[in-house]
Design a protein around this ligand. Structure first.
Ligand code: PLP
Length: 440
C-alpha cells in the first residue's frame, strides 16, 4: 500500500514530470484523477486481471483500458497475433485481407450491418456516422441524450439548451455555437421529451444517436419502451437510429446491446452502429456500419467523405480478430456475465451488511454501481450521488489494491481473466471501506 503522501511513492515524481510535458499530465482527461483527487497510478506493466504501478504495487484492474481488455491483459493468442502481424509490417496504407476477415467477423455477429468501415477511434467512428447520416438524409439536425458520450467531435460536445425548441450549448471552449446549433439534447429515458422533440423537429432530423446501455453515466439502461419509441419515431420521421455500441459492442453480449433489445422489440435494428474498444482488443481500432444502401454513400462510392491514414491498420486488425475469436468460444459470455454478476451481488451484499445505500447493475462484462438507494434512469439522477462519499470509496479501494474508474459517472469492466478469488478480494475490500464510509 502506497499512500499518495508518502515521499517514496514513485507515481508522484512521474506525475510532476508529466504535468510539465503534457496538459494536466495526461493524454485523456479522466486519467488525471481530477474528480477524486490524488496522484494517478503510472502503469509499468499488466497481465491478466492486474496491472502494476510505478511502485510495483499490484492492482486488480476493473477499467481494462476503459473497456477493450475483455480477455484481460496479455492474452497469449492476442499477443501472438500482434507479434506476427508486426513482423509482417506495421502499416501499409493499402488494403489487406485481414481487414476483410475482421469485417466478416463483425458483420457475422451484427446482422443490422451489411457493410462496415474501419477507423482508429470511437470519436472518429461516431463523427463519421453522423456525417454519413446527414449526407444520406440531406438533413442537419440530430438528437443526443444528456449523459451519453459519443467521443469529442465538435457537434457532440453539447448540453441541453433551455427548452426543446432551443438547441444545445457547447460544453467545451473552442466549439462555436453555430456548430452545435443543430444538436438537440434530451433527457435519457424520457419518452415524453422524445415525442415532443420529434413533433417539433422530426422532419429536420438526420439521426438520433444513443448509447443503448449508457456507460458514460456509470451504467444506465435505456428502458425497452424508450428504445422502442426511439426506433418507431426515427422510422416514422425518416431519421436514422444510430446506436453507439463503442462500449457495449461485444462487451454486453456477442451481438451487442442491439441483440438484447431485439429480444424484447421484435425486428429491432439500428440503422447505423458505432463500434470501438473490444473490436480493437487494446489497439486503436473502431468502426461504423449499417445497410449497404446507407454505407454506399461513403467515398469513394458516394458523396460523403471519410478517410484515414491508419484505418484498418494491420497490427490493430490482427489484435481485434484474435480478440473476437477468443470471445467467440462457446460459453465465453455466460462465464463472463456470471463473474460480473457475482461481483455486483457481492458488492450489494457488502453494502447492505454495512447499512450503505447502494444499487448496482451489470450486463455481460460491464457493471455499474451507485451510492444511491435505487438505480438511476437518467444523468440528473446519477448526479445525485454524493461525490465526496464516492471519492472516499474510490480511494479506500485504491489503497487496498483495487482500481475502479476515478469518476462516479464511469462504468466498470470485468475481464475473462478475473478469477473468483479476485472478486472475493474485491468484495471483502469494499466491505471494509463501506464500514468507514460516512453515513449520509
Ligand atoms: N462512444 C462511447 C460510448 C464511448 O464510451 C467512447 C469512449 O469512451 C467513445 C464513443 C469515444 O471513443 P474513443 O475514446 O475511442 O474516441
Amino acid at each position: 500500500m502506497t499512500p499518495n503522501t508518502d515521499n517514496t511513492d514513485l507515481n508522484i515524481p512521474l506525475f510532476e514530470r508529466a504535468k510539465a510535458l503534457i496538459p494536466g499530465g495526461v493524454n485523456s482527461p479522466v486519467r488525471a484523477f481530477k474528480a477524486v483527487g490524488g496522484t494517478p497510478r503510472f502503469v509499468k506493466r499488466a497481465r491478466g486481471a492486474y496491472f502494476w504501478d510505478a511502485n510495483d504495487q499490484r492492482f486488480i484492474d476493473y477499467i481494462g483500458s476503459w473497456g477493450p481488455m475483455i480477455l484481460g491483459h496479455g492474452h497469449p493468442a492476442v499477443l501472438e497475433a500482434v507479434q506476427q502481424a508486426a513482423l509482417e509490417g506495421l502499416s501499409f496504407g493499402a488494403p489487406t485481407e485481414r481487414e476483410l476477415e475482421l469485417a466478416e467477423a463483425i458483420l457475422h455477429l451484427l446482422p443490422s450491418m451489411q457493410m462496415i468501415r474501419l477507423v482508429s477511434s470511437g470519436t472518429e467512428a461516431g463523427m463519421s456516422a453522423i456525417r454519413l447520416a446527414r449526407g444520406a438524409t440531406g438533413r442537419s439536425k440530430l438528437i443526443k441524450f444528456e449523459g451519453c458520450y459519443h467521443g469529442h467531435a465538435d457537434a457532440l460536445l453539447v448540453k441541453a439548451g433551455s427548452g426543446l425548441a432551443t438547441f444545445g450549448n457547447a460544453t467545451s471552449a473552442g466549439v462555436p455555437a453555430e456548430v452545435v446549433q443543430h444538436t438537440l439534447v434530451l433527457e435519457y429515458n424520457s419518452i415524453e421529451q422524445l415525442e415532443r422533440a420529434f413533433a417539433l423537429h422530426g422532419k429536420e432530423l438526420a439521426c438520433l444517436i444513443i448509447e443503448p446501455i449508457a456507460g458514460n453515466m456509470n451504467l444506465v439502461r435505456a428502458s425497452v419502451p424508450f428504445m422502442r419509441r426511439c426506433r418507431e419515431l426515427c422510422s416514422e420521421y425518416g431519421a436514422l437510429l444510430v446506436l453507439d455500441e463503442v462500449m457495449t459492442g461485444f462487451r454486453v453480449a456477442p451481438g451487442g446491446a442491439q441483440s438484447l433489445y431485439a429480444r424484447d422489440i421484435p425486428g429491432f435494428q439500428p440503422d447505423l452502429t458505432v463500434l470501438g474498444k473490444v473490436i480493437g482488443g487494446g489497439m486503436p481500432l473502431a468502426a461504423f456500419g449499417g445497410s449497404r444502401a446507407l454505407m454506399e454513400h461513403l467515398a469513394p462510392l458516394g458523396a460523403v467523405y471519410q478517410a484515414g491514414t491508419l484505418s484498418g491498420n494491420p497490427v490493430a486488425t490482427a489484435c481485434g480478430l484474435a480478440t473476437l475469436r477468443a470471445i467467440g468460444q462457446p460459453g465465453f459470455f455466460a462465464a463472463l456475465s456470471a463473474r460480473t454478476r457475482a461481483l455486483v451481488e457481492g458488492l450489494r451484499g457488502a453494502a447492505a451488511a454495512e447499512g450503505v445505500a447502494f444499487s448496482a447493475d451489470s450486463e455481460g462484462g460491464m457493471f455499474g454501481f451507485f451510492l444511491l438507494p435505487a438505480l438511476p434512469r437518467n444523468y440528473a439522477q446519477v448526479l445525485q450521488t454524493d461525490s465526496a462519499r464516492f471519492n472516499q470509496l474510490f480511494h479506500g479501494l485504491l489503497e487496498r489494491g483495487i482500481y475502479i474508474a476515478p469518476a462516479l459517472y464511469e462504468a466498470g469492466f470485468v475481464s475473462a481473466a478475473h478469477s473468483d478469488e479476485d472478486i472475493a478480494v474485491t468484495v471483502a475490500a469494499a466491505r471494509e471501506v463501506f464500514k468507514t464510509l460516512a453515513k449520509p
